[in-house]
Design a binder for this molecule. Structure first.
Ligand SMILES: *[C@@H]1O[C@H](CO)[C@@H](O)[C@H](O)[C@H]1NC(C)=O
Ligand SMILES: *[C@@H]1O[C@H](CO)[C@@H](O)[C@H](O)[C@H]1NC(C)=O
Ligand SMILES: *[C@@H]1O[C@H](CO)[C@@H](O)[C@H](O)[C@H]1NC(C)=O
Ligand SMILES: *[C@@H]1O[C@H](CO)[C@@H](O)[C@H](O)[C@H]1NC(C)=O
Length: 388
């Protein structure tokens, strides 16, 4: 009888030990800088369970998540203090005693050996990088990349280094160009060149216009037109009330658009990023159109048709631009959507904050709603609060 009575007890002990062996090595992280709600660790933690964790402010995590294994958490959930290394700024001297490392939010001041003159204060930011660094000059004016110009004279010479008082004189590389700005620049005592810099323009070319070509015949068609070149055109019937005209290429742009008109109406106004469908025509003269926009663009007003009356067209609508989500997400700490995402004018879209950040400190919101307004993304909040 005694022998039989002992058996279940032995079984029980064995079972508890086994269960403990599986569970109790994955406990609260040893590192007291790990921030994690305690309920996270309560209950049954099975081998293989994964947990992500965060660190207290001023610390950063060494891994994204840890897994519960027979030997405890792998990797060990650790946080390391955010530190900035001693700043290395060329041509500068740190004010005060220099340390090897600085804690987050610590400030350091330095002054430049040359320019700028006032001391500069920098702060160790939450990425472990210094914020507010301004470069110091090396006592010379830097070489500038200037387009379409060549140096024809330099005092004392034409080559770098250029120190205070150094003068360079320029000419346009192309004889057809006109120079704007200063012909000569001087290296000033603040190690900047005097402004405005020389600029050469004029021999900029124009390409064949691409709009409203259905109403004209080009009389001297070319791929490119030089500055001050004419583009002569003939208006096609029935828009040949004025039979021909010319456009002039001025600094890379045509000085206007084709002027063609019929006895009753000019051609329908051109819509940028859109097109029209002819709804009514009178002896080939278009008198009524319906406007559409290319995909993702939205009409500024929903009107079925636009008419030409007494030789004048109703004011056409606009095509309002979509917003690119991908361009905006990085600025606002948002998770990028998988592929390139466009949102139409007036449409809303919900985006998650990048992990570790939230929007709003009253309601801990992990997303923001964005709305598009003619190409500008409007964001009600930004994910600028670190989740702890
Ligand atoms: C140009 O002038 C500077 C300052 O006067 C001088 O140090 C440098 O050697 C000169 N360079 C040449 C190529 O003459
Ligand atoms: C317009 O062109 C048509 C067809 O070529 C021609 O019959 C008409 O006379 C022209 N109108 C004007 C005003 O030149
Ligand atoms: C463009 O220039 C040409 C040639 O000088 C001129 O005939 C035409 O009227 C100009 N167009 C505009 C819109 O100013
Ligand atoms: C945003 O987060 C929610 C809740 O965590 C999730 O269900 C959703 O899939 C996420 N959306 C995207 C686009 O990642």
């Amino acid at each position: 009888m005694r022998f039989i009575a002992k058996l279940p007890v032995a079984f029980l002990v064995l079972f508890v030990e086994c269960a403990q062996g599986q569970n109790n090595k994955c406990e609260l992280p040893r590192d007291k800088h790990v921030y994690i709600p305690t309920y996270y660790f309560k209950g049954d933690l099975k081998l293989g369970a994964k947990r992500s964790y965060n660190c207290l402010p001023g610390y950063r995590k060494l891994a994204d998540r840890a897994m519960c294994t027979q030997d405890g958490w792998k990797p060990d959930p650790l946080c390391s203090e955010i530190m900035c290394e001693a700043p290395e700024i060329p041509n500068a001297q740190i004010i005060g005693i220099q340390k090897k490392n600085y804690r987050m939010s610590a400030s350091v001041q330095y002054h430049c050996l040359f320019q700028p003159e006032l001391p500069i204060q920098i702060t160790c930011g939450p990425e472990g990088k210094w914020r507010g660094i301004q470069a110091c000059t090396d006592g010379t004016c830097q070489e500038q990349e200037l387009k379409n110009v060549k140096i024809i004279f330099g005092y004392p010479n034409v080559t770098a280094p250029y120190s205070s008082g150094h003068v360079l004189v320029f000419l346009c590389t192309d004889d057809n160009m006109k120079m704007y700005g200063q012909r000569a620049i001087e290296c000033q005592s603040d190690n900047r060149w005097s402004k405005p810099y020389p600029q050469c323009r004029g021999a900029v070319q124009c390409s064949t216009p691409s709009r409203q070509l259905q109403f004209v015949t080009l009389l001297n068609e070319k791929d490119v037109y030089n500055n001050l070149d004419f583009l002569r055109y003939k208006c096609s019937s029935p828009y040949n009330e004025t039979s021909e005209g010319a456009l002039m290429c001025q600094n890379g742009k045509w000085n206007g658009t084709f002027v063609c008109t019929s006895r009753t109406c000019p051609p329908p106004p051109y819509l940028e990023n859109g097109d029209y469908i002819i709804k009514n025509q009178n002896n080939d003269v278009i008198t009524e159109v319906h406007y559409t926009c290319q995909s993702y663009y939205v009409l500024s007003q929903q009107k079925e048709s636009y008419k030409c009356e007494n030789g004048r067209w109703d004011t056409p609508p606009n095509c309002l631009k979509p917003c690119s989500i991908n361009e905006a997400v990085e600025m606002y700490n948002l998770q990028p959507p998988g592929e390139n995402l466009y949102v139409k004018h007036n449409s809303k879209h919900r985006l998650n904050c990048t992990s570790g950040w939230i929007a709003g400190d009253v309601i801990k919101q992990t997303y923001v709603d964005v709305q598009c307004s003619d190409g500008n993304l409007q964001i009600d909040k930004s994910c600028d609060i670190e989740r702890i």
